[in-house]
Design a protein around this ligand. Structure first.
Ligand code: KG4
Ligand code: ZN
Length: 333
């Protein structure tokens, strides 16, 4: 029997999860609300919050699973990419715990774990499949040939799409993180009310900084004419911004699927919660005969369930780490 403890601490969620023989049986997340007043994650504060939360969260998953630390087979943890201070808290904790229990550690790549979250519940995608990973820190189209074999087909060359949602929300005067608020406001808005120019990148890559600037200049111009422009058009603005961002995402995804002749299409990351993205995915699936996969929402945002399932897969392949290894904030794919 393989019992894996998974730990995630790459950004602003301290999370732990237990996976028993490939079944993720729990996933506890201590979220950090301390950043909401700052318009983004403050690295120093994130590290302190991880430091405060990591022991209670691990105790909680062990108690919940009625598992003793001495029964663990290995501990999997996010080695990178992420914030250095945040990763250091997780990796130091994991190394100390594993050393005291004399069990292996399993370093996990955060972005690969987002993809492997599709192997927590059924239906699981068959290989090869394409995964669009969309969150506050990442935007990537990846071809997955096996749990050990990934090819990045395209990615953002500047901001991540979640970041673009959050920055646009800030321009509209909404609190951080504003992605889900834009989504909510869009329900009552006209997505074709306003058009924003964006930068079409070569191949399957993305750029989201251009559209942000276009929104900024557009708002400045309109506010000069009418100081209440945002307030009077909030729903239409939200819906138009959302449509522009999701269209950009999906156009490249269609191109990638066609070029690779793959019709098993998966979506991962926090922006997978977006209602327009889900609607568009459904439409595209009909048009292109795609079979689509989206993990349960708790496994889309940053979570340790995806780390414990990755740990299980890597444990079977004996992909263990060394106690001397250090976190990699820019861990290569
Ligand atoms: O995966 P995640 O929880 O954390 C990161 O690794 O970044 O993703 C968070 C991002 C934030 O940018 C947030 O605004 C965005 O996902 N987000 C959404 C929605 N829910 C979360 N963006 C658009 N629509 C949503 N419904
Ligand atoms: Zn993430």
């Amino acid at each position: 029997m393989a019992i894996i403890l998974g730990i995630e601490s790459s950004c602003d969620e301290t999370s732990a999860s237990i996976c028993v023989d490939g079944q993720v049986i729990n996933n506890k997340i201590a979220s950090q609300f301390i950043h909401s007043g700052y318009g983004g994650v403050v690295p120093e504060l994130a590290s302190r919050e991880h430091h405060k939360n990591i022991v209670p969260v691990v105790h909680e998953v062990l108690n919940d699973a009625e598992i003793k630390a001495k029964d663990l087979s290995a501990i999997a943890y996010t080695r990178g990419p992420g914030l250095l201070g945040a990763l250091l808290v997780g990796s130091s904790f994991v190394k100390a715990m594993a050393a005291s229990l004399n069990i292996p550690i399993i370093p996990v790549h955060h972005m690969k774990a987002h993809i492997l979250a599709h192997f927590i519940d059924d239906p699981k995608p068959p290989f090869p499949f394409i995964c669009l990973t969309v969150s506050g820190g990442h935007t990537q189209i990846v071809k997955v040939d096996s749990p050990m074999d990934y090819t990045i087909l395209g990615q953002t060359l500047d901001d991540a799409v979640g970041e673009a949602f959050d920055k646009a929300a800030k321009l509209l005067g909404l609190p951080y993180p504003g992605g889900h608020i834009i989504d909510k406001l869009s329900v009552e808005g006209n997505p074709d009310a306003f058009q924003f120019s964006n930068t079409e990148m070569l191949h399957l890559n993305y750029s989201f900084s251009g559209i942000k600037t276009s929104i900024l200049y557009f708002l400045r111009k309109e506010i000069k004419k009418n100081e209440f422009f945002i307030k009077e058009n909030l729903n239409d603005l939200a819906a138009s911004i959302q449509k522009s961002l999701i269209d950009m995402l999906m156009n490249k995804l269609v191109k990638a699927a066609k070029a690779q002749r793959i019709n098993h299409i998966a979506i991962a990351g926090g922006v997978a919660a977006n209602s327009e993205l889900r609607k568009k995915l459904g439409v595209l699936a009909e048009e292109n005969q795609w079979v689509t996969y989206i993990p349960d929402f708790q496994y889309c945002t940053d979570n340790a369930g995806m780390i414990s399932i990755s740990g299980h897969i890597l444990y079977e392949k004996k992909q263990f780490g060394r106690l001397g290894e250090t976190p990699l904030p820019r861990m290569p794919f």
